[in-house]
Each structure stands twice: as structure tokens, then as C-alpha cells.
Design a protein. Structure first.
Ligand code: FE
Length: 228
């Protein structure tokens, strides 16, 4: 069997060289950001193991793959671009899967660690106007998160008359409103809550809304509405 082994060996060398070149070209611009809070701040929403797994495995995996894909895109063969199948198409698909996966997790962390109280200011008025009341928003947000297969977000839809909406994204990169900016994001993939709540998603969602940090959402709202 010397020939197949030698071929395999050459193939491995080529693969190794390709990986080395890829790593050398790695843009690596997207850092794995640390959790913005200590575990104690979110202990009502997740257990300590999930706090670590969710950040170190799930989130870090998206950031690493995003960086890897960006590097591979730099050398992708554009002449072979094809909608049925091409390396370029697959890279572009997985680019948004991983980029959105990373950013949504960062927004999810940013949505937690508070006392869940919305208070009374511009964003509170906006939500009351769009949903009728804060309680009505909460009921709609939780219902939206119950029927989602991946994410639910409160977004500011800049494509209309600056309206807040609750949206669901079954996948990181499918289901959002074009022109809408996320204000509050919740992860409803099972890994986010099963270890603490099991299949009781409703209790997880109740704990989440009671733990929202509205200060960060308000900063984003202010920045977005003062853009013009
Ligand atoms: Fe997640």
C-alpha cells in the first residue's frame, strides 16, 4: 500500500501548507470579547456551566470561523462562482451564519444583567406607542420567543416610520428585517437554557425579561434616532 499512503501524505502536506497560508493571511480582526458581566449578574437566567459553555464554545466558535472564512475569501476562485454549488457560494453563506452568530451573541450578552425595569423615557414612550404598553410588549416578546427556533429580538425598524418591532430569526442569518437594528436580543436555542430550565422555555423567558438591562438598549436607541 505504499502509493496510497504516499498520496495521502502529499495531500496532508498540501492541506497543511494551505492551512498555514490561510493562518498567515488570517485577518483575525474580530476578537472574542469577554462576557460584559460576572456570572452573578445573570445567575437567574443561566447556570454557571452554561455561562462558560455558551461563551467559550458556542460564541467563540462563531468568531473563530468568521475570521477563518474571511481569510479564505481572500483567495477564493471567483471565476468558479456558481449558484448551484461553488466554494465561493458556500463561503458567503457561512460568512453571514458565523458573523451574525457572533454579533447576535454579543447583543444577547448586552441585553442582560439589569433589573428588567424599562423606566420612563424616549424608548419607553416609543414602545408604549407601538405596543400599547410595556406589559403588552413583554407578552408579545415572550410569545415571539416561544415560536422562534433560534432568536427573538426587539428591533428598531428604520425602514418605516422609526417603529419598534419584535422579530424572530430561526437562523442567525435568516428572518431579520432589512433596515432594522436590534435593541434587545434573546437566544432561544436549547443550549441557552436547557441545562438550567430543561424544556421549560417560558420560565427561562420570564427570567430573561426580568433581567434585561435597558440602559444599553436605550443608548442604542438614542444613537440610532439621533443619527440624522
Ligand atoms: Fe447561543
Amino acid at each position: 500500500m505504499p502509493r496510497p499512503l504516499r498520496r495521502l501524505s502529499n495531500k496532508n502536506l498540501l492541506l497543511r501548507r494551505h492551512l498555514d497560508e490561510t493562518m498567515a493571511n488570517l485577518e483575525g480582526n474580530h476578537p472574542i470579547k469577554p462576557m460584559p458581566f460576572a456570572y452573578e449578574k445573570v445567575s437567574s437566567v443561566m447556570d454557571e456551566a452554561t455561562y462558560k459553555w455558551h461563551h467559550d464554545t458556542h460564541y467563540a466558535g462563531y468568531v473563530n470561523k468568521r475570521n477563518e472564512i474571511e481569510a479564505m475569501l481572500k483567495t477564493a476562485d471567483l471565476s468558479k462562482a456558481n449558484a448551484n454549488y461553488s466554494v465561493y457560494r458556500e463561503l458567503k453563506l457561512e460568512e453571514t451564519w458565523n458573523a451574525d452568530g457572533a454579533v447576535l451573541h454579543e447583543l444577547y450578552w448586552d441585553s442582560m444583567g439589569g433589573d428588567g425595569k424599562l423606566g420612563d423615557d424616549e424608548l419607553a414612550k416609543r414602545i408604549a406607542e407601538d405596543f400599547g404598553s410595556f406589559d403588552a410588549w413583554k407578552a408579545d416578546f415572550m410569545a415571539c420567543a416561544k415560536v422562534s427556533r433560534g432568536w427573538t429580538a426587539l428591533v428598531l425598524d428604520m425602514s418605516t416610520d422609526v417603529k419598534t418591532r419584535n422579530v424572530l430569526l430561526d437562523f442567525h442569518n435568516i428572518g431579520g428585517f432589512v433596515g432594522a437594528m436590534p435593541l434587545i436580543v434573546v437566544d432561544v436555542y436549547e443550549h441557552a437554557y436547557y441545562h438550567k430550565f430543561g424544556p421549560d422555555r417560558a420560565s427561562y423567558l420570564q427570567a430573561f425579561v426580568d433581567n434585561i438591562d435597558w440602559a444599553k438598549a436605550k443608548n442604542r436607541y438614542k444613537a440610532l434616532t439621533n443619527m440624522g
